[in-house]
Design a protein around this ligand. Structure first.
Ligand code: MN
Length: 479
């Protein structure tokens, strides 16, 4: 049985929405007008003089589910308390207009407070959002339908990450759906094993722009130019700074106004651009395949740190939509790509050479074949218990590289390495991950051909500086 106390307009909607027999619902109210309509529709109603303790005791049974839907917060709280006095284990859903009442009701066992007016506002807002999304998707389709002959040129930021690659892939699927050819361009390099694995396993075709001539050709052949996850021409992308693209899609707030001739869609409240592209794919009825769904879902996981960071309802809806299409095995293989033998060697040496002081670990591995081995090894080293910071130093070509990682939220690693190494080369990064690159010229070595000597000198210098950077005093002992 469902008992509804203090009916009003919400009760009317609720009882008609409840998927149960009309005889299983009893509405009790003091206002005859509120009950008239319901009575006409066959619901059991009870008109009372006042919602007194006796009325509640006599008309509710302990197994009932109770809704208290009046609009007066104080009265609702009183009714909750009276009902609980008689039936301590009963479930009550109560309208709690206002934060204070909501908090107070929330503390009572078995009471679920809801702010009905908020729910109404949210429903209205989400209806508006849906409408705006539909309109933007229709607008995008119109823009693409007007694209002349040529290729739609999709530009990501220089060193594309999973989110930009998956979003670019989604955009080319949209183009294909409209009967247009497209090409994805980027300027820099694709690094990180996982990213390379993503490109390789999903067979993503990316074109790297090497020089101005190539850029010119790409732009001349394009019917429309789209910027993906990069919004300011010339900043972290190969486009000229005075260029105006047709479309900009991003999910990062931009420091200044950006301009596109056809469409700008930047939603900085969404965790991954891939989620925004997923919405477009849905709205435009683009056929989803395993490759695209896997790429988008992987990107979504990376950008939201497996749904623990900056997740919005749009991201969750995208994940729910994508997961049935995604290839679980493929996803697993991208997430833990096979390691090269030389990376294994680097990890081995890094473990052997490690030194830990006050939770700070430093290790040096001398010359490395792949620069990417350093961050992978640094991440691995951070798994040692009680270690909160790792700095791993290696040499590649004429450069010293340090990959640093931290799991201590009180430390901003990027700031520390910039302070410590900034005057020798490029150094900086994020709170949890940072990097340093220093030319070998900065190290005082007489015999430049003796690689072992160089490696030792570099290790000593970096070790001393790294520990000192974290305020750890060390004697200049040789590793
Ligand atoms: Mn992103």
């Amino acid at each position: 049985m469902y008992t509804i106390l203090g009916s009003g307009r919400f009760a009317y909607e609720l009882v008609r929405g409840l998927d149960v027999d009309t005889k299983d619902i009893l509405v009790i109210d003091e206002d005859e007008n509120n009950l008239k309509e319901l009575k006409k529709e066959g619901f059991s109603v009870l008109l009372v003089d006042g919602l007194s303790s006796d009325v509640i005791k006599d008309n509710i049974k302990s197994q009932d589910k109770v809704f208290i839907l009046g609009e007066d917060p104080i009265k609702n709280l009183k009714l909750v308390n009276i009902t609980k006095e008689h039936f301590p284990d009963i479930t009550i859903i109560a309208n709690a207009p206002g934060r204070e009442i909501e908090d107070e009701m929330g503390r009572i066992k078995g009471v679920v407070p809801i702010r009905i007016s908020d729910s109404v506002t949210n429903a209205l807002k989400s209806a508006l959002e849906t409408r705006i999304k539909e309109k933007t998707a229709t607008l995008l389709r119109k823009i693409l339908q007007k694209a002349g002959s040529g290729t739609v040129a999709i530009f990501t930021h220089n060193d594309p990450d999973p989110d930009s690659m998956a979003s670019a892939l989604a955009f080319s699927a949209i183009c294909e759906n409209e009967g247009l050819s497209s090409k994805i361009y980027h300027g820099g390099e694709i690094s990180h094993q996982e990213n390379l694995e993503l490109v390789h396993l999903l067979d993503i075709e990316l074109h790297r722009i090497e020089d101005q001539d190539e850029l010119k050709i790409a732009l001349n052949n394009s019917s429309k130019v789209v910027m993906i996850e990069t919004a300011i021409p010339g900043e972290n992308n190969v486009l000229p700074s005075d260029f105006v693209p047709n479309i900009i899609l991003d999910h990062h707030p931009t420091p200044r106004e950006v301009a596109a001739s056809d469409l700008v869609d930047i939603r900085s409240d969404v965790g991954a651009l891939s989620s925004i592209l997923t919405t477009y794919l849905q709205q435009l009825d683009v056929k989803m395949d395993a490759k695209l769904a896997t790429a988008l879902l992987y990107a979504l996981k990376v950008d939201t740190k497996s749904f623990t960071r900056k997740v919005s309802p749009t991201d969750l809806r995208a994940a729910a939509f994508l997961s049935p299409f995604a290839d679980e095995n493929l996803l697993k293989r991208i997430e833990s790509p096979p390691m090269t033998p030389s990376t294994m060697d680097v990890i081995g040496n890094a473990i052997v050479n490690r030194e830990v002081k006050d939770g700070v670990m430093f290790s040096a591995v001398g010359y490395v074949e792949e620069r990417d081995a350093l961050p992978q090894a640094a991440e691995f080293l951070l798994r040692e218990s009680d270690v909160k910071v790792v700095g791993l130093c290696g040499i590649r070509g004429y450069n010293i590289h340090i990959s640093a990682r931290s799991n201590d939220p009180s430390i901003h690693l990027g700031d520390v390495v910039r302070r410590t190494f900034g005057n020798l080369g490029s150094a900086g990064g994020h709170p949890g991950s940072a990097g340093v690159q220093i030319s070998l010229d900065k190290v005082n070595i007489e015999d430049k051909s003796d690689k072992e000597l160089i490696a030792n000198e570099v290790a000593n210098m970096c070790r001393k500086m790294f520990f000192t950077g974290f305020g750890i005093d060390i004697s200049a002992k040789t590793i």
